[in-house]
Design a protein around this ligand. Structure first.
Ligand code: FES
Length: 99
């Protein structure tokens, strides 16, 4: 589910930002090169990146520093990729993880 993002990117006019394109759940989005996957998803308005395997409750990036593992997603078919510890790349296909 996509919602309006509560995050706003700081824009420095004199800094040229290179954009990359990625797929989230099969839909195209854009991010700034150098963003982590977690930042790209949160800035795109993604409200959760996985669901608890026990309760099914939605989970989202929390610590943003590799400790909580709440940000795990599937990237190009590979499971358990920590979204906060990996940079977004042009053409990435990212899926919500249900574990
Ligand atoms: S947000 Fe905590 S490990 Fe990624």
């Amino acid at each position: 589910m996509k919602t309006d993002s509560k995050f706003q990117r700081m824009v420095v006019p004199e800094v040229q930002q290179q954009m990359v394109e990625f797929l989230w759940e099969g839909k195209p989005y854009k991010a700034v090169a150098g963003d982590t996957i977690a930042v790209a998803l949160l800035a795109a308005g993604v409200d959760h990146t996985r669901e608890s395997p026990i309760s099914g409750t939605p989970r989202a990036p929390f610590c943003m520093m590799g400790s909580c593992f709440e940000c795990r997603v599937e990237v190009n078919g590979e499971s358990n990729v920590q979204a906060c510890m990996n940079l977004i790349e042009d053409g990435m296909s990212i899926q919500r993880q249900n574990s």
